[in-house]
Design a protein around this ligand. Sequence first.
Ligand SMILES: Nc1ncnc2c1ncn2[C@@H]1O[C@H](COP(=O)(O)OP(=O)(O)OP(=O)(O)O)[C@@H](O)[C@H]1O
Ligand SMILES: [Mg+2]
Length: 291
Amino acid sequence: MATGDHSQTSGATPPIIACQALTKDFSRGRQTAPILADVNLAVDPGGFVTILGQSGGGKSTLLKLLGGFIPPTSGQVLFHGLPLPGITPKIGMVFQENTLYPWLTVEQNIGFGFKVRGKQPAQYRQQVKHFLEHVGLFSARQLYPHQLSGGMKQRVSIARSIAVQPDVLLLDEPFSALDIQLRRRLQGFLSAIWQDMATTMVLVTHNVEEAILLGQRLIVVGDRPGRIIETVDLSDPRFRDRYDARFLALQRHLEGVIEADAYMQDSRLPSHSAEMRSTIPNPAFNPSPKT
Ligand SMILES: Nc1ncnc2c1ncn2[C@@H]1O[C@H](COP(=O)(O)OP(=O)(O)OP(=O)(O)O)[C@@H](O)[C@H]1O
Ligand SMILES: [Mg+2]
């Protein structure tokens, strides 16, 4: 089941991105609230980590720290083994909110990363065309964001981030506003990009099924303060089939873990150690059965 050491990678190669003893406090009026406490995580190159947790638990904050968008209160983020000083084009981010530039067309939005790097359109036209086709938006290339559906906007956001070939792509609930059919199509789309481009991905979601289906490893962030309360290895191909019995058992287990965490908050218990969590009714599940 959960391992104590959440920073473990396969060990074959050094992690591409990692955080060590990471904490983040935010001030609320005169008080300081600890949002994340002692988060340790290491992601293999080409890995896909999914992050689950209840609302307000600090998932977006963790992603922003990993992308260098905000500084940690203590601890550090390591990128290619070196402390991450701030944002870098090598780490892309698809934010929870729609962040397309409304005054640019689909094509210009996707080419934006090249433009800010001082490239001339002739130098990146082909790459933009490739990504337009890849995300199925070639015929919509002249449209502006307000003329797009929610799913189209998300595809443009992902294409814009991936076009400049970051080493790591961070995705904050990229499909949360979409209906189930479109969500599933875009999950397949993201999975295909991950396989084709071997980009390391870290994706936050509220959707347990999505977290299992897409990830090679899954972490659950517990609330107040946010910290990793469970890690699951998803490399078994049975986790690619949402109807597999093992998949469904894990889904049920994780829903129990998140519910138990929410219950701990609601009960205002002073602490939520692993021992206390184990007293909460929780469907028995062993993610690594011997058989
Ligand atoms: N810039 C900020 N200043 C003060 N508090 C903040 C700031 N950003 C986030 N917080 C607080 O940190 C906590 C975690 O927020 P965060 O957005 O990381 O949660 P989350 O897990 O992503 O939630 P959700 O699932 O709803 O997106 C919340 O209580 C939020 O109010
Ligand atoms: Mg969030």
